[in-house]
Design a protein around this ligand. Structure first.
Ligand code: KG4
Ligand code: ZN
Length: 353
């Protein structure tokens, strides 16, 4: 392996990707940005199910416990030693501060200890690059990416590798957050996305009508949809709007829960589809549509966005493989490694820079 001016000159590049931005402790080894040699994800979902959401302090402590065993398992699953690793990549921003610190401090220490170049990768970039982890066709540029996670809802224009322009974003809640909050109203377990999708299978999606937000251009708003569901549930069970939302679940029948889940899910998917259709009309030159982030696991969405690229379902959520792939394309684009001693001093919060 030769490393010169930010470019690799050998054919096989193995990158260790580390991800700890929220409640998954993850590490993976990816070869040439495409082939997964190992992919270890330890989820904290079982801890947070009880609370209905992530507690940042608890998440950071869990990362601390799991981090090194996860990294060591990623190495052993890939039959790699540190000598085989060409670079370390880590999620740098955005995310929960305590969680990010565990991943970045681990990566910084390992980079110094094993003398490896370190790449600090933006989390949303990694989600987009999960679409390159496939044996099938890969997206072509220019492309439009819909990034939908628990913290973000953005439409990105990508003229080429590692080039991002945000052309649409949410004014308030992210769509994943909306799934999580509606699930809570309906008494479904955390995380809300998969619970709503499951309940919706037995529901009538045309039972309740929810308004689409009137937001200009390619931007989104999801907080109104969450409130619209809350008001409809209160009306259906005959309680005033002052009635506490956390007490509603006991008043709903299983069929009502399913019907609300299906109607909400359909509305959320329609809103995303409308904005992507508008983006496509504004950018007729695009060759691919890419969907990324935790919400991209949603089956209804996959049915509606027929011609779009989606990550393989197991890579829709947070994982280290997508971090390794994103770093690979940063390297190919001439990005220099980060100084492991100064990382975190100037966090990059936007994907655009
Ligand atoms: O990308 P991700 O794993 O973490 C963040 O970067 O935020 O996304 C998590 C979000 C959660 O809000 C979760 O409810 C949602 O993705 N999600 C889904 C599905 N699976 C996960 N939303 C809708 N349908 C799903 N099947
Ligand atoms: Zn994520």
């Amino acid at each position: 392996m030769d490393f010169y001016r930010g470019m690799w000159y050998n054919l096989s590049v193995k990158i260790l990707g580390i991800e700890t931005s929220c409640d998954e402790t993850a590490a993976a080894i990816v070869e040439d940005g495409a082939k997964i040699l190992s992919n270890v994800v330890v989820s904290q979902i079982d801890i947070f199910k009880e609370y209905g959401g992530v507690i940042p302090e608890v998440a950071a402590r869990s990362h601390l416990e799991a981090m090194m065993p996860v990294v060591n398992k990623a190495l052993s699953d890939a039959s790699c030693t540190w000598d085989d690793i060409d670079a370390i990549a880590v999620t740098h921003a955005p995310g929960l501060l305590g969680s990010l610190l565990i991943g970045t401090l681990t990566a910084r220490t390992l980079a110094v200890l094993h003398n490896k170049p370190l790449y600090a990768v933006h989390h949303l970039k990694s989600h987009v690059y999960a679409n390159w982890l496939t044996d099938g066709p890969i997206p072509e540029f220019p492309l439009l990416a819909l990034v939908i996670s628990g913290g973000h809802t953005q439409i990105l224009y990508m003229p080429g590798h590692n080039q991002f322009e945000i052309i649409g974003t949410t004014h308030d809640d992210a769509v994943g957050e909306c799934f999580d909050k509606v699930a809570k109203i309906l008494g479904l377990s955390y995380p809300g996305g998969p619970s709503i999708a499951k309940a919706a299978l037995k529901g009538d999606a045309s039972k309740y009508k929810f308004p689409h937000p009137k937001v200009e251009g390619l931007d989104f708003s999801f907080s109104g949809l969450k409130t619209a569901v809350l008001r409809a549930v209160q009306k259906d069970v005959g309680v005033p709007i002052s009635y506490p939302s956390h007490q509603l679940m006991g008043l709903l029948s299983e069929q009502q829960v399913s019907d609300f889940a299906a109607s909400f899910q359909r509305t959320a998917v329609e809103i995303l589809a409308e904005k992507m259709e508008m983006a496509r009309r504004e950018h007729p030159e695009v060759k691919s549509i890419v969907v990324a982030g935790g919400v991209s696991a949603n089956e209804e969405l996959r049915k509606v966005f027929k011609d779009a690229f989606f990550p393989v379902p197991s890579l829709s959520g947070d994982n280290g493989a997508m971090v390794g792939t994103a770093a690979y394309y940063e390297i190919q684009s001439g990005v220099k490694p980060t100084d492991p001693y100064t990382l975190n001093i100037y966090p990059r919060v936007s994907i655009e820079n």
